[in-house]
Design a protein around this ligand. Sequence first.
Ligand SMILES: [Zn+2]
Length: 153
Amino acid sequence: MKIWEHFVSGIILSIVLFPIFKWDVLVILIINSIVDIDHIFRYWEKRGFSLNMSKIERELTDIYKSEKSKRMIIYNSLAIFHTLEMLIFAWIVSWIYGYYPIAIGFTIHLIMDYEGIFRKMYKLSKKIESSPEGRAISLVDWFRRVYFEKNIT
Ligand SMILES: [Zn+2]
């Protein structure tokens, strides 16, 4: 899901959740949008530092398309804020401080992303018997991919 899609769906969700969380919905909205900073890190890694969001958004599509053609690269890439471990960490910190909007923002973002990823994988699995497409959903999975499956093509 693209950054602007998270932002727009986050606004809709914020309106729905406002009666429960009041102005904390702004924290949920910000966290929901900011998790995609992983993609900006990816852009900086590939093309150098820039804060021009429209340029980043436009060129990221090209980067991911070219990486998909070289499946190994995207398969081994790590999006740290998109991992289950980070989600668990957010919930533990929220539980310790008794403040949940950050963990809720994280959760909403990942549900939206994973829904898209699983839908894509399901479509792909109909075409290809087993597909390693898609980024690692956990640090353990990423570690396994990088260190134990080096020869996947
Ligand atoms: Zn995302």
